[in-house]
Design a protein around this ligand. Structure first.
Ligand code: SAM
Length: 228
């Protein structure tokens, strides 16, 4: 790997440490600087990989301020790796601002292929995979109903990230806007010891998770509206 300045987005495991790729390890070893969302979380990963590197904090509360300095460092020849707490940086995680700044400054950006929660969830859902939309997290309060109303007309498979505390409420609201019978898949704790994949209608899944309050991390995959 050459040492000319560039930004490399390095996906990290979403649960199972064995999901780190050989190229991700190499990129972390070769980096002059590793930017991490939460340095305490990433330090554990680096210790597991036996990589001794200084981690620099890069999260949604400081990224606006630090982007220009990072761009300057890359322009001076630094190889900068960006990691988030889990999965692919810039996907419902910090990264977009830095990538955009690099692109605007003609800096090379590379993203290694690797772990992310949305693709395994879609692939395992049994719902059509040919066309899909990734919505990330729905707005928690303002704009939530408007977004749900808009998505009710979506014909492609819809992928959402949701917290376990709001899962039942989300399934209930999705049923209200999309209809109770819409086929859905809830993926919980993907790649982890207690991985669970539940398929059914929105109503069936709402009933199930009302009776079995979920823990852990969740992706909801909802079938699109039937085309007329
Ligand atoms: N950058 C990450 C990615 O590439 O998927 C996403 C980060 S986002 C802050 C975290 C959300 O991703 C969680 O709230 C959950 O919705 C989803 N997620 C992450 N890991 C997961 C897992 N192991 N199982 C199910 N969902 C997961």
């Amino acid at each position: 790997m050459d040492k000319t300045g560039k930004l490399i987005l390095v996906p990290t495991p979403i649960g199972n440490l064995q999901d780190i790729t050989l190229r991700a390890i190499e990129a972390l070893k070769n980096a002059d600087m590793i930017l991490a969302e939460d340095t305490r979380v990433s330090l554990k990963l680096l210790q597991h990989l036996e990589i001794e590197k200084r981690l620099v904090s890069h999260h949604k509360f400081n990224e606006h301020k630090t982007v220009n300095t990072i761009v300057q460092q890359i322009e001076m020849g630094s190889l900068v790796a960006l990691i988030s707490d889990a999965g692919t940086p810039a996907i419902s995680d910090p990264g977009f601002l830095l990538v955009r700044a690099c692109v605007e400054n003609n800096i090379e950006v590379e993203c290694l292929p690797g772990p992310t929660a949305l693709i395994p969830a879609l692939a395992v859902s049994g719902l059509p995979t040919e066309k899909f939309v990734f919505e990330g997290f729905l707005p928690q309060k303002k704009g939530r109903q408007t977004r749900l109303k808009f998505l009710a007309e979506e014909e492609r498979t819809i992928i959402l990230y949701e917290s376990p505390f709001r899962l039942v409420k989300a399934l209930n609201q999705l049923a209200t806007f999309f209809g109770e019978d819409r086929q859905t898949c809830v993926c919980r704790e993907l790649s982890k010891l207690f991985e669970e994949v539940k398929r059914g209608t929105l109503k069936e899944l709402e009933d199930y998770y009302t009776q079995h309050p979920p823990k852990g991390e969740i992706v909801i995959v909802v079938g699109g509206k039937k085309a007329k």
